[in-house]
Ligand binder design. Structure first.
Ligand code: SIN
Length: 489
């Protein structure tokens, strides 16, 4: 099926390094639709030379871009926001086609991506520093905020628009220039966004993007990690890759923002509004078919409401409509690729072999295509199972029964990860006790959908560091310079 978008030029199919260009060696790779595995388009398969060219361009542009008044940078970002919003339908279709999420979610992601661009356009003009009261006579002391320099942006496939927008927007707002590499599964949306950024007036050299296949991605990224001109790396993806980036960039001591894997607990206490808890879990768990870092991965339900909760949840999961993004009624699309489905299947089989019971689903939906898996409800999960220890990244709900608050907090925190956690309770004292006790960067209290451009997004422990969005998000792209003027009479 052809890609039906209004503006064909939103599919440039080339790198952008001050201008639209092919990879130096002329290689290309295919982008496929995960619903059918059919080829949608092809893009450059870049290597070290392309990465270096992008970095040269970003480095050369930095001196002029940082000197552009913040208000002017903000105006360009506002125009970029307006263009993203104006092209919501085309971008939503692109997202759904290369990533697989239902069209309504694809459109929703465009709005979500734009919200970060708008937010950071506004924050650009508020990068205030400090005037510090001097401890001695005859001095004036200041803390000034400066852009860190060239930023390498490396993004995942699960939110092809939102993840790149929420890194590029603060970087440009701060006065940094960018080299970017989108995930090999979903480069088309990122290229379209860069096309719109060019149209919005981002000057040549300020924002550069190169695409690369899985086989060549490391070659591109290693150039940036090793080069001292890259002063910051912003990455969303797996914890093992995040650790590699941190190690490899240690020699040049780059600033890092790492938004890494999660293993979110979702806790339902006896004193909960059960319907609200089911709604929250459905929203959090099945968004993007469970392929989000903040997706509830371990569901703990207190003994007094366990059976009723499972019954209500099962009825909702059975009713989910699975299908390709091209079908407007689909609520769950395909998983991103065969490897993802293999992992989900391994988690379900391991749980069943270890004593869990399948209430709903539990198998591939081969009739729909190779990458579809049935939304699944398992009960009797425990901490030893793969679905409890690893991030499943799929439409699987694994429920564990618990008795006491102490028990569930120990279980919830019993993971190296600390991105998101959720709990449902009507007891005000308990709410603050649990919110304080959870070792995560994000906590949803009676709420399953957390993210917003005005909120700080990021983890603790092995889920990484740095924050995206909010008033703190710009600081990740700036450094503080202390200026002291003395001998004033
Ligand atoms: C992610 O999965 O990394 C991001 C999810 C979100 O922004 O809500």
């Amino acid at each position: 099926m052809s890609l039906s978008i209004h503006r064909g030029d939103l599919l440039p199919g080339r790198n952008y390094i001050g201008r639209w260009c092919d990879a130096e060696e002329g290689r290309r790779f295919d982008v496929t639709d995960p619903a059918t595995d059919a080829v949608v388009a092809s893009v450059p398969d870049s290597g070290a030379a392309d990465a270096r060219a992008a970095l040269d361009a970003a480095h050369a542009a930095f001196a002029t871009w940082r000197a552009v008044p913040a208000k002017q940078r903000a105006q360009i970002l506002k125009r970029w926001n307006d263009l993203i919003v104006a092209h919501q339908e085309d971008l939503g279709r692109l997202i759904s086609r290369e990533q697989g999420k239902p069209l309504a979610e694809g459109r929703g992601e465009v709005t979500y991506a734009a919200s970060y661009v708008e937010w950071f356009a506004e924050e650009a003009t508020r990068a205030n520093g400090d005037v510090i009261p001097a401890p001695v006579v005859g001095r004036r002391m200041f803390a000034l905020k400066e852009p860190v320099g060239v930023v390498a942006v490396i993004t995942p496939w699960n939110f092809p628009a939102a993840m790149i927008a929420r890194k590029i927007a603060p970087a440009l707002a701060a006065g940094c220039t960018v080299v970017a590499k989108p995930a090999e599964d979903t480069p088309l949306t990122s290229l379209a966004l860069v096309k719109l950024a060019e149209e919005a007036g981002v000057p040549a050299g300020v924002l550069n993007i190169v695409t690369a296949s899985r086989q060549r991605a490391a070659e591109v990224v290693d150039v940036w990690l090793d080069d001292p001109r890259v002063r910051k790396v912003s990455f969303t993806g797996s914890t093992p890759v995040g650790k590699h980036l941190a190690r490899r960039s240690a020699d040049t001591l780059k600033k890092l923002s790492l938004e890494l894997g999660g293993n979110a607990p979702f806790i339902v206490f006896d004193d909960t509004d059960l319907d609200a808890a089911v709604d929250g879990l459905m929203a959090g768990k099945f968004r993007n078919g469970g392929q989000t870092c903040v997706s509830p991965n371990r569901v703990f339900v207190q003994a007094g409401v366990h059976d009723r909760f499972v019954e209500k949840l099962g009825a909702r999961i059975v009713a989910l409509k699975v299908g390709p993004a091209s079908d407007e009624g689909s609520q769950i699309g395909p998983m991103i690729n065969a490897k993802a489905v293999d992992k989900i299947e391994r988690h379900v089989n391991d749980a069943v072999d270890s004593g869990a019971r399948v209430v709903v689903g539990g198998q591939r939906l081969a009739a729909l295509g190779a990458n579809f898996f049935a939304p699944t409800l398992l009960v009797g999960a425990d901490a030893t199972m793969a679905c409890s220890c690893e991030e499943t990244f799929g439409p699987i709900v694994a429920v564990t029964r618990f008795e006491t608050e102490e028990q569930v907090i120990a279980a919830a925190n019993g993971t190296p990860f600390g991105l998101a956690a959720y709990f449902y309770s009507q007891d005000v004292s308990r709410i603050w006790r649990i919110a304080d006790a959870l070792e995560t960067g994000l906590v949803g209290v009676n709420e399953g959908a957390l993210a917003a451009e005005a909120a700080p997004f990021g983890g603790v422990k092995e889920s990484g560091y740095g924050r995206e969005g909010s008033v703190h998000g710009l600081d990740d792209y700036m450094s503080l310079k202390y200026v002291c003027q003395g001998n004033l009479r």
